[in-house]
Design a protein around this ligand. Sequence first.
Ligand code: SF4
Length: 334
Amino acid sequence: MRFPISLYTSLTGHFIKNAIKKNKKFPLVLMLEPTHRCNLACAGCDRIRLYNNNNQETADLSLDDCINAAIDCEAPVVTITGGEPVLYQHLVPLVTKLIELKKHIYLCTNGILTDSFIQRFTPNERLTLNFHLDGLEPTHDKIAGKIGTFNKAVENIKGAKQKGFRVTTNTSVYKNTSNREIEELFLLLKGLNVDGILVSPAFSYETVADDIFLTRKEVHAKFLELDSMLRNFPLISSPIYMDFLKGNIQMHCTPWGNPTRNPFGWKSPCYLITNSYYNSFAELIENTDWNRYENGLDERCTNCMVHSGYEASVMRTVYSNPKALFKLIGWNLT
Ligand code: SF4
């Protein structure tokens, strides 16, 4: 099974509750960034460029702010990202409280310091450790800007699996990513018995000027090339999202589906691009011109196919079409 059944029951309950309230814009996944401090400076990441506050612990969100964000937006899933969340001093009580609130948690990590969390926490069905790996050792270490990053992440994946954690990985595909290397990486990860592999085009952040990101046309070509090979692996990118990446279907973005809360506030309009910050989730929903972003009218949306914008569109499609929902449940069981 690709996702725990409890995730589907939570999502279904969430859709039913919002349908009863006639609420059309509601989030599915809170992107929670408790800290922007990081122990790496990866080539494709904009957080270090955008916030440049690497050593200021005071820039972290308080534990109460994190928990209130999860309560206010009511999303059934919380992705804890950053920065490197393992550097956040309240990580253990934060995850503990989110589990008490019956959230499903994806803890995103670069894998270097994750052993400190693995040792202190007990595995739980609602918690997934999501390791970021962009290639085999030479490529990954080059993108991460630090030798030894890949081997340490692999060591911690093994440690997490051994202790019984649910472990997934996330791989970003860049312009120069080699298909052969992705296959070798995924073979290695399958051998480590990871519970799922997420693959998507790298986010083309506006603050990263380097020409390393794929255009939308190039994404279609790349994912068509990768298609048959990827079928051999336990992907957790949904088949509908993969069809979108291959250019087989069109979708509108759902930027309110994955709202971002970080030390600056509620980020508008989305995880990827920034116009402003709001003090509350209600203000974010009320004041963002969603039509502009849902319909790709902003030029920064032109090449974007990011999962934080479009997997929520998949869920919108699925929950308005029972046939698609059963198809997705069938895929989950394979
Ligand atoms: S298309 Fe991408 S950049 Fe535009 S709103 Fe959606 S997620 Fe953000």
